[in-house]
Write a protein that binds this ligand. Sequence first.
Ligand SMILES: Nc1ncnc2c1ncn2[C@@H]1O[C@H](COP(=O)(O)OP(=O)(O)OP(=O)(O)O)[C@@H](O)[C@H]1O
Ligand SMILES: [Mg+2]
Length: 319
Amino acid sequence: MAKASSTRGIRTAGVGGSTRGKTAKSTGVRTRRARGEATAPALEAPESIIQLRGVTKRFGSHTVLSDVTFDIPKGQITAIMGPSGTGKSVLLKNIIGLLRPEEGEIWVDGTNIVGLHERQLYDVRRKLGVLFQDGALFGSMNIYDNVAFPLREHTDKPEDEIKRIVHEKCEMVGLMDHLTKIPGEISGGMKKRAGLARALAMDPEIVLFDEPDSGLDPVRVAYLDNLVRETQAETGATFVIITHNIPSVMRTADFIAVLFRSNLVRAASKAEMVADPNPVLRQFLAGLPKGPIGMDEMAQTDEQDWTEDDFKNVQVMTV
Ligand SMILES: Nc1ncnc2c1ncn2[C@@H]1O[C@H](COP(=O)(O)OP(=O)(O)OP(=O)(O)O)[C@@H](O)[C@H]1O
Ligand SMILES: [Mg+2]
């Protein structure tokens, strides 16, 4: 299987901006690969592990993702943000291979997963740990068995080895005293931690989180943020986190990608995103009611009750 270059940096693409619409083809990835040449390393850009190229996903006539192109840096924390209904969860499902895009390429650690057969997809999925919104724990299994589940399901490891791994992961997330409890007996925060322990069980290279902080109080969110940073530093894995929680993103993320109306607004380092004057980014990152983002994510209106000047002095909170 041909490898995508892993040295290109995160790509920026503004809504209506000059870089929008670039795909692997237009950035030269496919042609260089076809010629068997290495892609020139971009010196200042971080190494990437996931590359999205011109990803378009439709449900019937509804285009949820339109020509989305960006890179996710390896061994760092990237937050994917955007108003509700903008396609974040759909994007995550495309990266895992649960949904297939109508157009584009999705490279995960050197493999374009679009069009892969289930068996080949399975090999790529082994590199991924996923933490779904509600933790998606099995309600009838205790914490120990939940964390052990992927190891029993996908490996031939003996039970003593599984025990060692389950203990290691549960120690990491502070759940050693609760191994025999079932999900119904523990709090929301503990469920998230158990979900994280299970997502880490197979030592994945990439961990994807869909709104890990939903339903948690601010203290538990802050605690989870610390845990996310610590586990990322400890494992060196790439973390991709979908969230609406701006303080949480400011605490944890190294990179931020923002989606709006099916398009990528921009993906860049946190510092670059915070300094970007783009009204969509400023409104979203500052959490303002007035601006290009309306109540209805897909509604496009000709009436504009804001000007670029409104956003000049807007402070984006950084923690
Ligand atoms: N299986 C599906 N079939 C048809 N439409 C879908 C399907 N899954 C998602 N959609 C639509 O795609 C759009 C994006 O949904 P998605 O769940 O990705 O939003 P989101 O950005 O994750 O929103 P939220 O922040 O509220 O979780 C929505 O309009 C949703 O109705
Ligand atoms: Mg979602």
